[in-house]
Write a protein that binds this ligand. Structure first.
Ligand code: AMP
Length: 397
């Protein structure tokens, strides 16, 4: 397989699929440029190798055809500043005029194609559209992990036009490598911590992980569906009565697979979903009427920490309490601290999924984790055990 590390970019036009779907304010100023910065190493590698990057991305959700508010022109100045090179903007992403501009690029020059989603062929995965995109480059680099779970023209279908000149960019390569350290060949024991609000949104991931992990810590709001499934009292806690059978099946499957399933035995209950609520620590299975469990209790936290500290690989997806309110953040913070400690001792830790990343950032623990994934949907689909079209296309699978 071709890699960005050894590919010769000299004199080549390199089509790079990035994810520049950044948020803008009402004055069309970028409010968070993380995604643009994340693609810089790949773009710079092409420049340093004597090639010409031809950058393509989707941006926003244009309905049908071009819309000025979704034009890539809003991103050009910022990208030029970050790269220290003046980036040219193409009038479209396909067509003769664009092809001519791309073909006349000199080494060191950078071209940004106009928004891919101005053409419906992009999301439809249209082959003819992909072929026209492909005419703008000599090789194709996929560096958009955030859209790798979509079989779109620029993320997957285009690969067939570059049988010997396709590769991952640095960002997607490190995402895949890091995820594989958890999913494919983890050092053991492997512990996954799944939190968040509901069981229903995590079932497929939990089921897939049960075939891989040694320990599974289930926390957060889903605790109460399990408590209820076992005949406990959940008071006013969040609970999904339609998923009691699912919860029982998960417990059964864990037993069959020999997975050590760990859930809260005590919880911090509150008489209101608010920072000003009164709180008390109670048994997870005996939450009084009018009270709701909003964080793990001290006994549970100690148990979680013990398991995490003895793990060699750790995956964290979802907070184990309502961490947004300081009163109910202790459990999630303790998990984060324990992961940092384990990582310092040599464990590999991966945090992913919007809320866990927000949680890690809130407690300023990001530097202590081995890898933080910024991909939402693609990460979750990978953990569910699905093949990602954008990854498979590069690998030729
Ligand atoms: P998710 O998007 O499914 O990962 O859910 C994350 C959200 O779950 C966060 O906003 C937490 O505040 C929330 N959460 C965690 N524990 C609980 C709980 N015990 N009750 C209600 N919400 C919770």
């Amino acid at each position: 397989m071709q890699t960005i590390h050894d590919y010769n970019f000299s004199g080549k036009k390199a089509l790079i699929r990035v994810d520049f779907n950044v948020p803008l304010n009402e004055n069309f100023e970028i409010t968070d440029d993380t995604r643009i910065r994340a693609a810089l190493p790949t773009i710079k590698k092409v420049l340093e190798g004597g090639g010409s990057p031809v950058i393509m991305s989707h941006f926003g959700r244009p309905k049908s055809g071009p819309e000025d508010k979704f034009s890539m022109r809003h991103l050009i100045d910022h990208l030029s500043k970050l790269l220290g090179v003046e980036v040219k903007l193409a009038p479209d992403c396909i067509g003769d005029e664009v092809k001519k501009i791309a073909s006349e690029l000199k080494p060191g020059e950078v071209l940004m194609l106009e928004n891919l989603r101005f053409h419906e062929g992009e999301t439809k995965g249209n082959e003819e559209f992909a072929k026209q995109l492909a005419e703008n480059g000599d090789c194709w680099i996929n560096d958009a992990f955030g859209t790798a779970h979509r079989a779109h023209a620029s993320t997957a279908v285009i690969a067939q036009f570059f049988p010997n000149d396709k590769m991952f960019g640095y960002l997607i390569e490190s995402e895949v490598k890091s995820l594989d350290k958890v999913v494919k060949d983890p050092k053991r024991p492997l512990t996954a911590i799944m939190g968040g609000a509901k069981v229903s949104s995590k079932i497929t991931i939990i089921e897939n992980l049960l075939g891989k992990v040694d320990n599974l810590i289930l926390g957060g709001g889903m605790t109460y569906t399990f408590v209820k499934a076992n005949g406990g009292e959940v008071g006013d806690s969040i609970c999904e009565p339609d998923f009691l059978e699912t919860a029982r099946n998960i417990e059964k499957l864990a037993k069959e697979k020999g997975v050590n399933l760990i859930m809260a035995t005590d919880v911090l209950a509150a008489d209101d979903f608010s920072e000003n609520a009164n709180t008390q620590t109670v048994q997870a299975s005996q939450i009084p009427e009018g009270w709701q469990g909003l964080d793990a209790g001290p006994e549970s936290i100690a148990k979680f920490k013990e398991v995490i500290k003895n793990s060699a690989t750790i995956l964290w997806n979802g907070p184990v309490g309502v961490f947004e309110m300081d009163k109910f953040a202790a459990g999630s913070k303790a998990i984060g601290d324990a992961i940092v400690e384990a990582t310092q001792k040599g464990a590999f830790s991966l945090v992913g999924g919007g809320d866990s990343v927000a949680c890690v950032n809130k407690f300023k623990l990001a530097d202590g984790m081995s890898y933080i994934s910024t991909a939402g949907g693609a990460l979750l689909e990978y953990l569910e055990g699905r093949t990602l079209p954008g990854v498979a296309a590069v690998r030729g699978e």
